[in-house]
Design a protein around this ligand. Structure first.
Ligand code: NDP
Length: 331
């Protein structure tokens, strides 16, 4: 199989990867399928911000990605051989398949992709992005109808779905995103407005757009962006710590100066990792699937071609040059 192996730890925990961290292999052997395992022909890979963190040897919510193996990544594909009772050749599946074209994995780690949706939907609206947006918004954010919700990185995969779910819940949604085009998309998805943080001062704009303050922040960015929002929180606001993409900028994230606003306003700020909630995935999928089939939930795809595009794909996310869910389509 063709694959990218994590060959060495990056010299720094943030910033660009130096040569030698990832090694491309053209003819890596595919291991024999053991009892309980399946062989998957990988058709799509999910590009995720977390990938950069998994390369580092630092404490995280998962152990560091192992050296000498295909780089850890979510993927979707078709089973070509199975020694697991729940799977048969031809089944469409998703799971941690890695940066490779053929993956042998334990069947117990896979999910079947529902009928009637494209395979790659299991990597965005019905997978990591949709599950994350749903769990973060409904379990932690819990917006009531009429409440004001601010979503950062609002045009991204998770952000755009959080916007749509919050609008569907009857909230008044304000997005923050990095270009006029992205802001236009966020408004199309039902947000009352969207702040272009490269052109506008976020704190001033939010003060104008939310004079009655913000009840829920769904934050994908962290650092200075999150800090700018804290003085605008309402009493009993909820801050959903979903992502901190700004931390991968060289020098790491800006410190929070405005944390004191959390106390007098009795704000709850809570981080979560969607992978902890595997026991809820069926329930969340059951809610999302009819909305996806009815065309009520949109997720733009930013598709890169071929395995060799994967390392560069991560850079898209960190520079904001992706438009929607970043995916790699394999041969
Ligand atoms: P996106 O599609 O949202 O892409 C990332 C976007 O972040 C970029 O397009 C860019 O948009 C924005 N961005 C990048 N750097 C900065 C910066 N320094 N300041 C402000 N914005 C920036 O990616 P995903 O939807 O895959 O992920 C979104 C977030 O969700 C990430 O933080 C990720 O880590 C998190 N996540 C969390 C999970 C969990 O379980 N908690 C699971 C999955 C994802 P723009 O042009 O608007 O700047």
């Amino acid at each position: 199989t063709r694959r990218y192996v994590l060959a060495a730890r990056p010299a720094t925990t943030t910033g660009p990867l130096e040569d030698g961290v990832l090694r491309y292999e053209d003819h890596a052997p595919v291991p024999a399928v053991q009892d309980g395992q399946v062989l998957v022909r990988v058709a799509w890979l999910s590009l995720d911000v977390a990938t950069r963190g998994w390369m580092n040897d630092v404490r995280n919510y998962l152990p560091p990605a192992p050296l000498g193996e295909a780089m850890r990544a979510l993927g979707a594909g078709v089973v070509t051989q199975s020694r697991h009772p729940d799977f048969a050749a031809g089944d469409r599946v998703s799971g941690l398949l890695g940066w490779q074209e053929h993956a042998v994995v334990d069947g117990s780690t896979l999910r079947k992709v529902p009928e009637g949706v494209p395979l790659q939907a299991a990597l965005h609206v019905l997978g990591i992005s949709g599950q994350t947006a749903w769990l973060g918004l409904h379990d932690i954010g819990r917006p009531a109808p009429g409440e004001t919700v601010v979503v950062t990185a609002a045009a991204g995969a998770v952000g755009s779905l959080a916007v749509q779910l919050a609008v569907a819940a009857g909230a008044r949604v304000i997005g923050v995103a990095g270009t006029p085009e992205k802001c236009a998309l966020v408004r199309e998805l039902g947000a009352v407005d969207c702040v272009d943080y490269r052109e506008q001062d976020v704190a001033t704009a939010i003060a104008e757009l939310a004079p009655d303050r913000v009840d829920v922040v769904f934050d994908n960015v962290g650092g200075a962006m999150l800090d700018a929002l804290l003085p605008h929180l309402a009493v009993k606001a909820r801050v959903v710590l979903c992502g901190a993409v700004s931390r991968y900028r060289e020098g790491g994230p800006a410190p929070l100066r405005n944390w004191f606003h959390l106390l007098p306003n009795r704000v709850r700020m809570e981080g979560f990792i969607y992978l902890d909630h595997a026991d809820r995935f069926d329930e969340v999928e059951a809610d999302l699937l009819p909305r996806v089939r009815a065309g009520e939930l949109r997720c733009q795809e930013h598709v890169l071609d071929g395995l060799k595009a994967a390392p560069d794909g991560i850079r898209l996310l960190l520079t904001g040059t992706n438009h929607g869910k970043a995916l790699v389509k394999l041969g």
